[in-house]
Design a protein around this ligand. Structure first.
Ligand SMILES: [Zn+2]
Length: 121
């Protein structure tokens, strides 16, 4: 995570003769660490391993896209290339799917089996 120095306004302070001069806001340079972005994806150049940036995206399907990338090491590399981004598999099903699945399973049970299920908890 990179820390940047940002100018921030600290408020007003009197400079010189306070009666005649306008109040001047005080500035200070402070370290600011931006929060991590959830949508950040790191791409590295397959040639020189430097950071690369995504310049455009072409969606092939709802779950597959080509990412057009450019190496930031322009002086020594300058490689442009395409990565394919694709959905792989589910780790946890969406909540709606889980509830739907549970409801379908419960609906297949007889009234006695439903009562037995309730008695388990
Ligand atoms: Zn490169």
């Amino acid at each position: 995570m990179k820390t940047r120095l940002n100018w921030v306004l600290l408020g007003s302070s009197a400079a010189g003769c306070a009666d005649r001069l306008p109040r001047i806001p005080a500035l200070a340079k402070v370290a600011v660490t931006p929060p991590p972005r959830a949508d950040t994806m790191r791409i590295t150049c397959p040639t020189c391993k430097a950071k690369a940036v995504i310049t455009s995206r072409e969606n092939k399907t709802d779950t597959v896209a080509d990412l057009y990338c450019m190496c930031t090491n322009a002086k020594e590399c300058g490689h442009t290339f395409v990565y394919t981004l694709g959905y792989s598999h589910t780790l946890n099903p969406p909540r709606a799917s889980t509830l739907d699945l549970a409801a379908r399973l419960i609906n297949t049970l007889t009234p006695i089996e439903r009562q037995q299920l309730l008695d388990l908890h």
